[in-house]
Design a protein around this ligand. Structure first.
Ligand code: NDP
Ligand code: MG
Length: 385
């Protein structure tokens, strides 16, 4: 059997490095054909020397020069920027594009990969938040697989295997609740980025960790679920589950509920996206009931964590609203990480941006890109005021 060629966009990140752990564990099954980074040139060079990909792409101009020099004697070609990403996802040797870039920068490479008939293993949830309707219509048009990597969506996807004929009644997306679960607004006024970056169950990149603390991550995941599984907004519910063992649930029309469970470890959903529809034996940690004799479930607090309510509102409004939400969120999270905005102010600024950017009912790809650009400018202005 020939090896499956994988392009890992965002190979130097949290998901990207864990994807390389999976590839390292199955050298006969997978081949890293492409690896890409933003500004962590050092790590990309190390990865390129180990995996010997056909190409690497660097989006930071200074790091691009460094990586190019460092790999000059290798067979790996070094490409630059978004044009580089667009080129490598089209390679004949690539059969799956694992998109583990953070933010809406992942949108264009995903579109090109689908149009080149590549299966997509999607960690980059922002792509579906920005342009879910358009992406899923391209997935249908080009007949590719959209394989979710986000643990909740992988769980739902796994629950749906073999259920093609059976309509979904409800999807329950589980949420850990993050480090501030149980707190009220008054207790969140002074929280610091160090506190927000301490996730109780998962070790992830900075942006998604802040999103988890503010429940924006769950809001983005509700939007992601709506598009991935073609359900109505009212069919997607969030349930807080602090242990992060039940990764999500599907309820069918007969009331039966299926859950997918396991220890919180992204390597499993990453591996499943790469091996689907098969399951490969591995040595990842196993769940032990005695470590978790009790599992808890509670209602999400959308009054304290406004972001989750805002995500539902943008989904109901449709058009480019979720794109605005995402762009504003990327900017406020960046500002929070630089201590330029308070924790609770993030949702205030997002809400103001949603009111200020022009609504487009049926956006094209170009409209989404332009909405993303304008929303970022407006959010930055609002933060300055
Ligand atoms: P990280 O910040 O750890 O990694 C992001 C990766 O994208 C890095 O390789 C980074 O490069 C690269 N990158 C950043 N900005 C750009 C850009 N503008 N253009 C091209 N490449 C860029 O993020 P995570 O791995 O945590 O998350 C990646 C995606 O997966 C996000 O969408 C997140 O929401 C989603 N996800 C993550 C989970 C997790 O467990 N981490 C779980 C579920 C979903 P460099 O570091 O070299 O600058
Ligand atoms: Mg998730």
């Amino acid at each position: 059997m020939s090896k499956k060629g994988i392009a890992i966009l965002g190979a130097t990140g949290s998901v990207g490095t864990q994807a390389l752990d999976v590839i390292r564990a199955f050298p006969d099954k997978f081949e890293a054909v492409v690896l890409t980074c933003g500004s962590n040139g050092d790590l990309l060079i190390k990865q390129a020397l180990e995996f010997k990909p056909k190409s690497v792409v660097v989006t930071d101009p200074i790091q691009y020069k460094r990586v190019k020099e460092a790999l000059a004697s290798q067979d790996t070609s070094v490409l630059f920027g978004e044009e580089g990403l667009i080129e490598v996802v089209q390679y004949a040797e690539v059969s799956i594009v694992l998109n583990a870039i953070v933010g809406s920068a992942g949108l264009k490479p995903t579109v090109t990969a689908i149009q080149s008939r590549k299966d997509i293993a999607l960690a980059n949830k922002e792509t579906l938040v920005v342009a879910g309707e358009l992406i899923m219509s391209l997935v249908k048009e080009y007949g590719v697989n959209m394989l979710p990597v986000d643990s909740e969506h992988s769980a739902i996807f796994q629950c749906l295997v073999g259920e093609d004929q059976n309509p979904i009644e409800k999807i329950y997306v589980t949420a850990s609740g993050g480090p501030f679960r149980g707190r009220k607004r008054g207790e969140l006024l002074q929280v610091t980025k160090a506190e927000a970056l301490k996730h109780p169950n998962w070790s992830m990149g900075a942006k998604i960790t802040i999103d988890s603390a503010s429940l924006m991550n769950k809001g983005l995941e509700v939007i992601e679920a709506k598009w991935l599984f073609d359900v109505t907004i009212d069919q997607v519910d969030v349930i807080v589950h602090p242990e992060s063992i039940v990764h999500s649930l599907v309820q069918f029309k007969d009331g039966s509920m299926k859950a997918q469970m396991g220890v919180p470890d992204m390597k499993l959903p990453i591996q499943y996206a790469l091996t689907y529809p098969d399951r490969f034996e591995n040595n990842f940690d196993r769940f032990n009931f005695m470590d978790y004799p009790t599992l808890h479930f509670e209602k999400a607090d959308m009054e304290t964590f406004r972001n989750l309510a805002l995500a539902y509102e943008t989904l109901r409004a449709g058009g480019n609203k979720s794109c605005i939400l995402n762009a504003a969120n990327e900017v406020v999270v960046g500002a929070f990480l630089e201590d330029n905005i308070g924790f609770l102010e993030m949702s205030d600024v997002i809400e103001q941006t949603l009111d200020k950017v022009e609504f487009i009912a049926n956006p094209s790809l170009e409209d989404y890109m332009e909405t993303d650009r304008i929303a970022r400018l407006i959010t930055k202005e609002l933060i300055k005021d």
